[in-house]
Design a protein around this ligand. Structure first.
Ligand code: HEM
Length: 325
C-alpha cells in the first residue's frame, strides 16, 4: 500500500466515526428502532384525526424548539430543580400546545425501543408528519439529535420572533440561527394552517402606530370582521384562522391573502409591505404553489439542522418533560 493510500485508510479509520456522529441522517434509527417513524406517524395521525388544528400546533413546536439553543427538545422540559421551563415564555404561554401528543409518542416509543429515540427527533418527525397530513410536502427527516439537559426561558423570550417585531428584527432573528430571508418567507408559509389568538394581532385593529388608527395595510372590511370577534379589551384568547380561505389545508393561500392585504399577523403582512426582496417572494409563492411546497421542505430541513446535540452530547430522555436523573 502506497503512503498516500495508507494515510487515507488511517484517516478514514480514525475520523469516520467522529464525522458520522456530527451529522444528522434519515437512517439513524434504521437498526436501533426500525419502527420509530411508523410509531410517530400513527400517534400524530390519531391526534390530528381527533383535532385538525393539532397538525399546526405540532409543526409550531418544532420551530419554537429549534430557535432556542437549537433543536434539542429544550422546549419540552417542565420546570423542576434549576430548570425554568420555556413553556412559560411570552411566545409559548397560553399558546404552544400539543405537549400531550409528544408524551404519547414518547411513551409508545419507550415501549418499542427504550431510551433510543430522542424527544428532539420526535418533534422533527411530528412536524413533517403534520405537514403531510395537512396536505403539504413530504421530506426525509435527518435524525440523530439528542436532548438537552437544560432550558432557556430568556432564549425563548428573545430568539423567537414576535408578531409585533419589525421586519429587520425578524430577519436578524432568523439570521442568528443560520436562516436567510428565503427561509423566513417560506417558513412563514406555515401560517397556511392553524390559529392565532386575538391578543397576537389586536394592535392592528385599533392602534397600529399609536395614533388610534387601524393598520392601513390591513383590508378594512377584513379588519371590521376581525374586530367583531376581537374587541378592544377582553376576548384575548378568541381564535382566528391564520389563513382565512383554507385554514386546514397546507397550500399557498396564506401568500395570496397577504398580497390581498388580508394577512392576519403584522409579521405576515410586513413580508409584503416592508421589503422588495420578501415582497417578490411572497408574490412568487402566491402565484406558484409548487415552488412554495418544494422550498418549504428544504427550509424545514435547514431549520431542523439548527445546532443539534449529537454524538455523546446531551442525552436521550426517558420522559420528554424531565431530564434523566
Ligand atoms: C416569522 C416569524 C413568526 C412569527 C412572528 C410567528 C408568530 C406566530 C403567532 C403570533 C402565532 C399565533 C400564536 C397565538 O396567538 O397563540 C403563530 C402561530 C403559528 N405559527 Fe408562527 N410565527 C412565525 C414563524 C413561524 C414558523 C417559522 C413556523 C413553522 C415553521 C410557524 C408556525 C406556526 C403555526 C403552525 C401556527 C399555528 C399554531 C396553532 O394553531 O396551534 N410560525 N405564529
Amino acid at each position: 500500500m502506497g503512503f498516500s493510500m495508507s494515510v487515507l485508510v488511517f484517516s478514514m479509520l480514525v475520523f469516520t466515526p467522529l464525522c458520522y456522529s456530527e451529522y444528522l441522517n434519515p437512517q439513524f434509527y434504521a437498526r436501533s428502532c426500525p419502527k420509530a417513524q411508523e410509531i410517530v406517524r400513527s400517534v400524530v395521525a390519531n391526534a390530528v384525526a381527533r383535532e385538525t388544528r393539532m397538525a399546526a400546533s405540532l409543526l409550531r413546536l418544532h420551530f419554537h424548539d429549534c430557535f432556542v439553543k437549537g433543536c434539542d427538545a429544550s422546549l419540552l422540559l417542565d420546570s423542576s430543580g434549576t430548570i425554568i421551563s420555556e413553556k412559560g415564555s411570552l411566545p409559548n404561554n397560553n399558546s404552544a400546545r400539543g405537549f400531550e401528543v409528544i408524551d404519547a409518542i414518547k411513551s409508545a416509543l419507550e415501549k418499542e425501543c427504550p431510551q433510543t429515540v430522542s424527544c428532539a427527533d420526535i418533534l422533527a418527525i411530528a412536524a413533517r408528519d403534520s405537514t403531510v397530513l395537512a396536505g403539504g410536502p413530504y421530506w426525509n427527516v435527518p435524525l440523530g439529535r439528542r436532548d438537552s439537559t437544560g432550558a432557556s426561558l430568556s432564549g425563548s423570550n428573545n430568539n423567537i420572533p414576535a408578531p409585533i417585531n419589525t421586519l429587520p428584527t425578524i430577519i436578524t432573528k432568523f439570521k442568528l440561527v443560520g436562516l436567510n430571508t428565503v427561509d423566513l418567507v417560506t417558513l412563514s408559509g406555515s401560517h397556511t394552517i392553524g390559529f392565532s389568538r386575538c391578543t397576537s394581532f389586536r394592535q392592528r385593529l385599533y392602534n397600529q402606530t399609536g395614533n388610534g388608527q387601524p393598520d392601513p395595510t390591513l383590508d378594512q372590511s377584513y379588519a371590521a370582521q376581525l374586530r367583531s370577534g376581537c374587541p378592544r379589551s377582553g376576548g384575548d384568547n378568541n381564535l382566528f384562522p391564520l389563513d382565512r380561505v383554507t385554514p386546514a389545508k397546507f397550500d399557498n393561500h396564506y401568500f395570496k391573502n397577504i398580497v390581498g392585504a388580508k394577512g392576519l399577523l403584522n409579521s405576515d403582512e410586513i413580508l409584503f409591505t416592508k421589503s422588495q426582496t420578501t415582497m417578490e417572494l411572497v408574490k412568487t409563492y402566491a402565484e406558484n404553489n409548487n415552488l412554495f411546497i418544494d422550498q418549504f421542505a428544504k427550509s424545514m430541513i435547514k431549520m431542523g439542522n439548527i445546532s443539534p446535540l449529537t454524538g455523546s452530547r446531551g442525552e436521550i430522555r426517558k420522559n420528554c418533560r424531565r431530564i434523566n436523573t
